[in-house]
Ligand binder design. Sequence first.
Ligand SMILES: [Zn+2]
Length: 491
Amino acid sequence: MLHLYNSLTKQKEVFQPLKKGVVTMYNCGPTVYNFAHIGNLRSFLFTDLLRRHLEHSGYRVRQVMNITDVGHALTDEDTGEDKIEAAAKKEKLSPYQIARKYEKAFFEDIKKLKIRPAWKYPRATEHIKEMIKIIEKLFKNGYAYVGKDDSVYFDVTKCKNYGELSGNRLEDLIAGARVEENPAKKNPFDFVLWIVNPRHIMQWNSPWGRGYPGWHIECSAMSMKYLGNTLDIHTGGEDNKFPHHESEIAQSEGATGHKFAHFWLHTKHLLVEGEKMSKSKGNFYTLGDVLSKRDLGAKYSARAVRYLLLSAHYREELNFTFESLKSAENTLVRLDDFYSKLFETSFMEKTKGFFGFKKSNPGVRCLIQETREDFKRAMDDDLNVPKALAVIFSFVNRTNSVLENVAAGFSPRSEVGGVRKLLNEFDNVLGLGLRRIGKGGLPAGIKKLLEERERARKEKNWQKADEIRKQINKLGYLVEDTDTGQKIKKK
Ligand SMILES: [Zn+2]
């Protein structure tokens, strides 16, 4: 049974969708004014993992991820410079050109990372009407008001459960008064629904004047339009919790009178080389930045990035380092290697020939079944990927030795098929893209290293050639230099 940690109730709960067999899920998507950084990508990868696990468990998932293509301000939502506007000025493009450019880049990134496409990717600029409708309902229900600056605000004091998600109780917020008081608002923590500003770079008509919507309202409008008033799951990065998600709840429930989302799931921050990402430290990596780096001449693969970003539990801080990316790459080489072996007839014949008769080995069958259950149990436990990976590695190790030194009564062909099937199941959930390396072929990572070593040899860079040889060695291969060039064999 699937248990998920619900940020709203601050505990793990049994997950049951409202409608049998179908899960409605809304994910806060990218603001398209720049390339996504690996912290954003971690959060998108998490939604993919959740969706894959739900699908693997038999659910149909109706997944919606928004594209924020109308700017919101850099600091508070109603002060400071608009991100899309700032990018438009900097790149000398129109705001729509900026939005489309980075939307395209976002789709390219998620494709590289093997993120399954959501059912819908609605754009904020195409849902202004729906946002206005919700604001009108909020006026009708007594939550919205026009401020002294003519913009429309949400009165948080009218909302009984404001602060339930983030733990920011209104009294404390007011006492702390971290937000500089805006005299246009009734209360300092009221948030903006519609900004009246006829000079803004993106603007639309509204009953309150020309302007543009606040950030939070777009997610309420688009989630409810496609998924109904109440969602099963809403996700986002932990920095979205407040004020973004808190405000989404307040305005959605204020407009409909129904519970907005049953489960709230938040991904923790990402550190890079032990430090918080920031522009000034220059560690604000995009996927493109990471994939253009080289390790001993070989470029990193997108699937190693995927593996690394998924390998820590989503509620734990993940420290992204190039050292750990390298070991992610190595792990995948080993898994590919094992996976490929399961297709080798020589491997099967060897074990078959040794025993010569076809009787199923209950030990292997049990191991497959137990592992399948252990993996599911780990994933059902709030998507515990580290545990699920440990289950896989232990299975690979044990199977490897069983297959190499089979006990009597082993029928390799059927057992090997079972092992392969199980690995495909894991891959269906984790999306690691396990590859079958052709007969006599080498894993792509090893091939790259060999090519790079060849180059180093030609340049007489013996130190580098030696380093690469050591790395190849660590990955389970022996490389020898002969008169006709490098020779490689499995250890
Ligand atoms: Zn959102």
